[in-house]
Design a binder for this molecule. Structure first.
Ligand code: HEM
Length: 454
């Protein structure tokens, strides 16, 4: 007797699909609310991206499975494909087996002792930014933080002044590139990207400028001989099997690009939202200042050890990343047929999941939309919910820069809180931009020198 496998369950289609456009109108207008609304439609649903179809995974346990157990059945999909023209084939979007081989080469740059070494760049960069502030002045705080995040990654990569040289170009180009990628993801139709429109031209120019600047700086670094303590030295000295050079010049270029894209906008976004939330919650801001004063008040240096003594600061960041995960929408594409919870997703299909929706699920988080750092009290990193808290992704495609990010974010927040109180600028509403990154459009803010500082 032959036993036939049960037929896969049909995957429901999300309501509101328009001919040709699919759900693009909803993705372009209120994308996060759209994904939140899909949560009630089943574990897996399909949506239309223009004429193409994508599978949205709503169940956090299935998302976690895709990121861990089934990781080899999918590659990174549409968001990364659209970033490929400037990202190249670095860690963020390379496929196996290249990805794991390169991840092993780059990983030592993020070991504990390395992070402790980068801490002084972080402290210096944070000091430079907050020392420019004037009591009572109104700042575009997201830009201040962007400049900090760019400087930190560039100085960790190139510890000489070459870091600052590349920083200016990264600061100017990344936002243009991300804007271009957003359009390309929402309407993934190849010929539109080739039209000579102003936005396509700006995208191309930014891509070329950033690529040329980075290439020039890497060549200059190789000519001079670098500093052993920076990330570029590690990339250059990485060795593959039998002592062969681990990475070609082009691969080094692409890995550096992946670190810029992975590391700059994300940290900027988390810190920006955190500052916004602090300005709205003076009691949290007061407790933060108390904790920071308690550790640094006697003139102690904000080094790696001091960073470990600031648990409330970490709780604040944990909660800010729950509410505003910068990489809020992750994309994948199936390489083979994928069987999930009785459904079958055929090979070659786009798969999407919203970390924003997962992290605001009312069945997991009480008062899911409110900012309550206290909900994380007493929970160390390892005790965060495994499937319902994923701001850094998971598995071997999870964020390689997570320890770096924690260090720089705690350093920035502690440095700012030691000297300044943040106040919302009157009459301004802080809203997110439309982007695959969850970032505030603008963050005007008033900074006040702390009078109560011990
Ligand atoms: C708060 C800050 C950060 C957040 C929230 C964040 C988030 C993420 C997420 C969600 C992923 C996985 C993407 C996916 O699965 O599609 C990722 C990957 C990655 N991140 Fe981060 N990231 C942050 C900071 C950084 C920093 C500081 C760096 C480097 C300096 C970095 C470098 C990378 C790289 C290279 C990858 C690709 C890893 C791989 O596929 O092997 N990230 N990040």
């Amino acid at each position: 007797m032959t036993v036939t496998a049960p037929r896969p369950l049909a995957v429901p289609q999300a309501p509101g699909r328009l001919p040709l456009l699919g759900h693009v109108h909803r993705l372009l207008t209120r994308p996060r609310e759209f994904f939140n609304s899909l949560r009630g439609s089943g574990d897996i649903v399909t949506i239309g991206l223009g004429p193409a179809r994508a599978y949205v995974i709503n169940d956090p346990a299935l998302v976690h499975r895709i990121l861990t157990k089934d990781v080899r059945k999918l590659d990174k999909g549409v968001a990364y494909e659209k970033s490929a023209p400037f990202l190249g084939d670095g860690l963020l979007n390379s496929s196996e087996p290249t990805h794991m081989a390169h991840r092993r080469l780059v990983q030592p740059a993020f070991h504990h002792h390395r992070i402790a070494e980068y801490a002084h760049h972080m402290r210096e960069a944070a000091d430079e930014v907050v020392s420019r502030w004037q009591d009572g002045s109104r700042l575009e705080l997201d830009q201040e933080i962007h400049s900090f995040a760019v400087t930190v990654v560039c100085r960790a990569l190139f510890s000489s002044e070459l870091g600052d040289k590349v920083a200016d170009e990264v600061e100017a180009s990344l936002p243009v590139l991300l804007k271009g990628v957003t359009r390309r993801i929402a309407f993934p139709v190849g010929w539109l990207e080739k039209l000579p429109t102003p936005s396509n031209r700006h995208f191309e120019q930014a891509r070329e400028r950033l690529g040329d600047t980075l290439g020039g700086v890497i060549r200059e670094y190789q000519r001079r001989g670098g500093d052993e303590a920076d990330l570029m030295a590690l990339l250059l000295s990485a060795r593959g099997e039998e002592g062969r050079p681990g990475l070609s010049d082009e691969q080094i270029h692409d890995e550096a690009m992946a670190l810029f894209l992975g590391g700059v906008e994300t940290a900027r976004d988390v810190l920006s939202w955190t500052c916004h939330l602090l300005s709205e919650h003076p009691e949290v801001q007061r407790k933060l200042a108390e904790e920071v004063d308690g550790v640094l008040g006697g003139g102690r240096l904000l080094d790696h050890e001091a960073v470990t003594l600031l648990p409330y600061t970490r709780q604040i960041l944990t909660e800010a990343m729950r509410l505003y995960p910068p990489a809020w929408l992750l994309t994948r594409r199936t390489i083979t047929d994928l069987d999930l919870a009785g459904h079958r997703i055929p090979a070659g299909r786009n798969v999407l999941f919203s970390l924003y929706a997962i992290q605001r699920d009312p069945s997991v988080y009480a008062r899911p939309d409110s900012f309550e750092p206290e909900r994380w009290a007493g929970r160390a990193g390892g005790e965060l919910p495994r499937t319902s808290y994923l701001p850094f992704g998971a598995g071997n495609r999870g964020c390689i820069g997570e320890p770096f990010a924690w260090e720089e974010m705690v350093v920035f927040l502690a440095t700012a809180a030691r000297r300044w109180t943040l106040e919302a600028a009157p009459g301004e509403r802080i809203r997110p931009v439309r982007s695959p990154m969850l970032q505030p459009k603008r963050l005007p803010m008033i900074v006040r020198a702390r009078a109560d500082r011990p």
